[in-house]
Design a protein around this ligand. Structure first.
Ligand SMILES: Nc1ncnc2c1ncn2[C@@H]1O[C@H](COP(=O)(O)OP(=O)(O)O)[C@@H](O)[C@H]1O
Ligand SMILES: O=P(O)(O)OC[C@H](O)CO
Length: 496
């Protein structure tokens, strides 16, 4: 009887369940969107019960549509939107407040206070991160500050905190297992990535009681088994977990130091495997744990771009420039260039390497001749320029040149964008055959833990490139275009 690995990819806007076979191929997948809540400008929240409902729904669809029996699932791997924080009651499982999403800026004041008190460098040294509303720590503090009685109850051990991986493992095991993995813990602003422990000093600064924190475990090991009532009578091992960007790094087979992947989804995230040593950034990047595997920790250097594919959604839904995201390619190719137009899609500020939460989007270089095609092309090109900003910072931080970038995520099906990306970076860009790399990484981590795949070499043998984009642009053209982008970004940053 054939066996499969089930990956659960709990993303910011939708949840996917994907069944993979031994060749790392997709056998079947199911996807479900869930509601987004914006209680105030800049705030983004999810209802944890709706997330859980979406997970149950995609598992059920995936199994029933594929005809795969629950007993044929050798293991489950979980990957998740990172940083999103939630707190629930240990006894009832009820959340005490919605999940505060990574994009949410509701803790901006808390961050300003911590920065004004001079704590930047302590947080950076210990966690590899910056003080920014993006990360979980200030979100946990905010929930405990705003829900009456929460801090007391947290101290008494009545409440549990988790990122979405923790929540799903807890729910899937019927409330038995409260864990997270190293990669997710490293995004919380509370975890010491050098000493590998929740950091007492940082917990004090954030006023977060240790009792609510999950146990931190490897990214590939059996954490527990599905409660049989959730999984059609079967106890399936939950055997892997990693934050979605680290899972994508794993799914892209970036197992060696210096290997780089970039995922173009709602936002865009470039990660470099830096091996057993964390590289501390001096150029606006952040340091995280890539994964804990086979008793070893590996680290990653990361650049996080908040708006990427969502700029294309904005063209589609906000400006109604086309009906489907893929139409952007056709429009962009109707013109030879943007004719000097630059779009800076800083809708929620800028992440790496600028970290400016006050800047907002801007457009430069308009003339009477500017057309819709120029505008669409300039927006697509902005995805590639933002990625170049990160690569430049990454090469400075690690001290060598990146020789290949592997890509995945929804926007990589845009061939114009990938060719321009390679041109503007002057680096070959590799697009893999399986583009659901995040889910694939989670499947690999779970499959390794249950012996479905024997080792990394077996995984390396099944990973294949679908297309390699080689740079063809002349250096002076590249320089001219990129200089224009830098001018546009700094002009946008000066308009506040
Ligand atoms: N052909 C395309 N060209 C440009 N952008 C695209 C294209 N197809 C999808 N996108 C963008 O990719 C994003 C979806 O990618 P996905 O990896 O599913 O994101 P996420 O996991 O963050 O929800 C959307 O923001 C969409 O606008
Ligand atoms: O859910 P995605 O794919 O938008 O990814 C979100 C990232 O994990 C945020 O850090």
């Amino acid at each position: 009887m054939n066996e499969y690995i089930l990956a659960l990819d709990q993303g910011t806007t939708s949840t996917r369940a994907i069944l993979f076979n031994k060749q790392g191929e997709i056998v079947h997948s199911a996807q479900r969107e869930f509601p987004q809540y914006f209680p105030r400008p800049g705030w983004v929240e999810h209802n944890p019960n709706e997330i859980w409902g979406s997970v149950l729904a995609v598992i059920a669809s995936c199994l029933s549509e594929s005809g795969v029996k629950p007993g044929q699932v050798a293991g489950i791997g979980i990957t998740n939107q990172r940083e999103t924080a939630l707190i629930w009651e240990k006894e009832s499982g009820n959340h005490i407040y919605n999940a505060v999403v990574w994009q949410s800026r509701q803790t901006a004041d808390i961050c300003e206070e911590l920065k004004a008190a001079g704590y930047d460098s302590i947080f950076q040294q210990k966690t590899g991160l910056l003080i920014d509303p993006y990360f979980s720590g200030t979100k946990v503090k905010w929930i405990l500050d705003h829900v009456e009685g929460a801090r007391d109850r947290a101290e008494k051990g009545e409440l549990l905190f988790g990122t979405i991986d923790s929540w799903l493992i807890w729910k899937l095991t019927g409330g038995k297992v409260h864990v997270t993995d190293y990669s997710n813990a490293s995004r919380t602003l509370m975890y010491n990535i050098h000493q590998l422990c929740w950091d007492d000093e940082l917990l004090d600064l954030l006023d977060v009681p240790k009792a609510i924190l999950p146990e931190v475990r490897a990214s590939s090991e059996v954490y527990g088994y599905t409660a049989s009532y959730h999984f059609f009578g079967h106890e399936v091992p939950i055997a892997g977990a990693a934050g979605d960007q680290q899972a994508a790094l794993f799914g892209q087979n970036c197992f060696e130091q210096g290997m780089v992947k970039t995922t173009y989804g709602t936002g865009c995230f470039m990660l470099m495997n830096t091996g057993a040593k964390p590289v501390s950034s001096e150029h606006g990047l952040i340091t995280s744990i890539a994964w804990g595997l086979h008793g070893k920790i590996e680290y990653a250097l990361e650049g996080s771009i908040f708006v990427s594919g969502s700029a294309i959604q904005w063209l589609r839904d906000g400006l109604r420039m086309f009906r489907e995201a893929k139409d952007s390619e056709r429009y962009a190719e109707r013109v030879d260039s943007t004719a000097g137009v630059y779009v800076v899609p800083a809708f929620v500020g800028l992440g790496s390497p600028y970290w400016d939460s006050e800047v907002r989007g801007a457009i430069f270089g308009l003339t009477r001749g500017t057309s819709k095609e120029h505008f669409i092309r300039a927006t697509l090109e902005s995805l590639a320029y933002q990625t170049k900003d990160i690569l430049v910072a990454m090469e400075k931080d690690c001290g060598y040149e990146v020789n290949t970038m592997r890509v995945d995520g929804g926007a990589v099906s845009n061939t114009f964008l990938m060719a321009f990306q390679s041109d503007i970076l002057n680096v070959p860009v590799e697009r893999p055959a399986v583009r659901e790399t995040t889910a694939l990484g989670a499947a690999y981590l779970a499959g390794l833990a249950v012996g479905y795949w024997g080792d990394l070499d077996e995984i390396r043998r099944i990973w294949t490139v679908e297309r390699r984009f080689m740079p063809t642009m002349a250096e002076p053209d590249r320089e001219l275009l990129y200089n224009g982008w830098k001018k546009a970004v700094y002009a946008a940053m000066s308009f506040k």
